[in-house]
Write a protein that binds this ligand. Structure first.
Ligand SMILES: [Zn+2]
Length: 202
């Protein structure tokens, strides 16, 4: 059978009927790099099962572990992969993109003036009207009330010192930070490959 046919079939898999364990849509694969570390901690690198199975047929990944549940085509059956590893190492870029998500992650999703985790916005440390730029080094996570209170002033003028100086993080630093945010659900086969700052539930 041609590989293209296999891929075609993978896309039209029927679910194994009456499987007791999990819905197919709840069977994502944890994606590891070729060095068996997760591609990303937060958000956790997960692929839908269809994507994972296509990647298997394309020989881009190796299966590390599987769910008990299977999918099948008319001619064969395959356990749904729960952990896969890329065959080719993907080198992470040294510096992450300057995005809202990454900025919040750098600041651990908490206000950099009072530490509060809710109602988060972005604050220009040196206000734009005073020449402050929109950059890693001049934008900090701030809750709504702190942002309002600080207004168009510098931290010194407002007497609101920052809890941590805003820096441009490396990708490695952000990855490390992401380990503090474990997802609600961790399949048992994932746990050997993930290292969180907090203890896993038994
Ligand atoms: Zn605040």
């Amino acid at each position: 059978m041609l590989k293209s046919e296999l891929i075609e079939r993978a896309a039209s898999f029927r679910s194994a009927e009456g499987d007791p364990s999990r819905h197919l849509s709840d069977c994502p694969a944890l994606v590891l790099n070729a060095d068996y570390t997760p591609l990303s901690y937060y958000p956790l690198s997960l692929w839908p099962w269809q994507t994972a199975i296509k990647a298997i047929f394309l020989e881009r990944v190796d299966v590390v572990a599987s769910y008990a549940r299977e999918v099948h085509s008319p001619s064969w059956t395959m356990p749904i992969p729960s952990v896969i590893a890329l065959r080719q190492y993907v080198k992470p870029s040294e510096f992450p993109a300057f995005t809202r998500f990454n900025l919040f992650l750098r600041d651990r999703f908490s206000c950099q003036y009072c530490g509060h985790p809710g109602n988060l916005t972005f604050d220009h440390v040196v206000p734009r009207r005073l020449g402050g730029r929109t950059s890693w080094e001049n934008v900090a996570t701030a809750c709504g009330p702190c942002n309002l209170k600080k207004g168009g002033r510098t931290p010194a003028q407002a007497r609101m010192p920052l809890l941590t100086p805003p820096i441009r993080p490396t990708s490695w630093q952000l990855q490390e930070r992401g380990k503090a945010f474990p997802p609600n659900y961790l399949h048992e086969t994932w746990r050997d490959w993930l290292y969180w700052d907090v203890e896993l539930e038994a």
